[in-house]
Ligand binder design. Structure first.
Ligand code: UDP
Ligand code: MG
Length: 317
């Protein structure tokens, strides 16, 4: 099979028939063999009934997965990725904001130009300027710096992947915003970008509010940290902890030494217990020990993690 198209959706019943019709038209025109996997993320409207009736029309090309409740876009993509069988996997939003006309070119970039992943770039967006466009520019600039991937629109719903990529990355929580980064960390480094048409939402409303930027920022920190120290937390906690402990230790000796010196020379000096440096020094030692311990515990946990020795092997001869 050439293409699997994964469509995560939450309350998008009105858009689905038109979306499928459009996809089918493009697929026929280019003679692709394809499947569409609708992942119904716990919709409370008629979405699932619509998918059922589409499936009744063409059960070879149209598949559906229905969650019992709303788990989020990442969960929907995860299940779609697991089920996908096509050589190239396309993800797109269900709300008709992404155009199926882009699929043939995305397919070509993966199969002919050798990209592992091609992300859409909504250069001209048709969303609310204040709540989406501006924060999104800021978000993408930060993401580019942290991840080192030069994409203008990391969170674009329209993306194409080589099959191997989606089978070897695991999207969960709200990490769908950073799939290119997950792919890069897994060793799929040929990541490209294609300017895609964007359209106004025709039906329903957007499912993500402004809190996406707060959560998105925290998730980015998590991923960055995991990528840098996830396999060797001691390299961070151990280092910082030891440094703090040493500084505190030296400071305590200095404070004590000065007191002893003052005592032996009969000079008046403040009580060690009221000397602020003494308290700062003790605090440093305690925090240093705690950080060290946190790193050590994390190392012990990693030893027990089932994926501690999961490596992606590209080829063997
Ligand atoms: N979506 C989903 N689960 C959710 C929220 C959204 O599957 O919990 C789907 C939604 O139906 C749509 C896509 O994710 O197909 C993108 O959502 P939306 O269009 O609301 O995002 P926006 O375009 O406003 O960024
Ligand atoms: Mg949308």
């Amino acid at each position: 099979m050439d293409i699997s198209i994964i469509v995560p959706l939450y309350n998008e019943a009105e858009s689905l028939p038109k979306l499928y019709e459009w996809i089918a038209r493009v697929m026929k025109e280019y003679k692709f063999s394809y499947e569409v996997i609708f992942v119904n993320d716990g919709s409370t409207d008629e979405s699932w009934q619509v998918i059922q009736s589409l499936n009744a029309q063409d059960d070879k090309a149209i598949h559906g997965i229905c969650f019992r409740r709303n788990y989020g876009k990442s969960a929907a993509l995860y299940c779609g990725f697991k089920a996908a069988q096509g050589e190239v996997v396309i993800t797109m939003d269900a709300d008709l904001q992404d155009s199926p006309d882009e699929i043939p070119e995305l397919y070509r970039m993966i199969t002919e130009e050798g990209y592992d992943l091609v992300s859409g770039w909504k250069q001209k967006r048709y969303d609310n300027k204040l709540t989406k466009n501006l924060p999104s520019k800021l978000f993408n600039a930060t993401a580019r710096r942290v991840t080192g991937i030069q994409l203008h629109d990391m969170n674009c719903g329209l993306k194409a992947y080589r099959r191997e990529v989606v089978k070897n990355i695991e999207v969960f929580s709200e990490m769908h915003r950073y799939i290119p980064y997950l792919a890069k960390n897994a060793g799929f480094t040929k990541i490209g970008e294609k300017v895609v048409q964007h359209r106004k939402r025709e039906f329903g409303t957007s499912k993500f509010g402004l809190n996406r930027f707060v959560n998105g920022y925290l998730d980015l920190m998590t991923l960055w940290f995991l990528n840098k120290f996830g396999k060797q937390p001691m390299h961070f906690f151990g280092l910082v902890g030891s440094l703090m402990f040493m500084i505190g230790f030296v400071a305590v000796i200095v404070v004590g030494g000065m007191k002893l010196y003052a005592l032996s020379h009969h000079v008046s000096a403040m009580l060690v217990g009221v000397n602020p440096y003494f308290h700062i020094a003790i605090l440093m030692m305690i925090l240093g020990c705690m950080l060290f311990l946190a790193g050590f515990l994390a190392e012990l946990m990693i030893r027990n993690s089932p994926s501690r020795n999961d490596y992606l092997i590209k080829e063997e001869i």
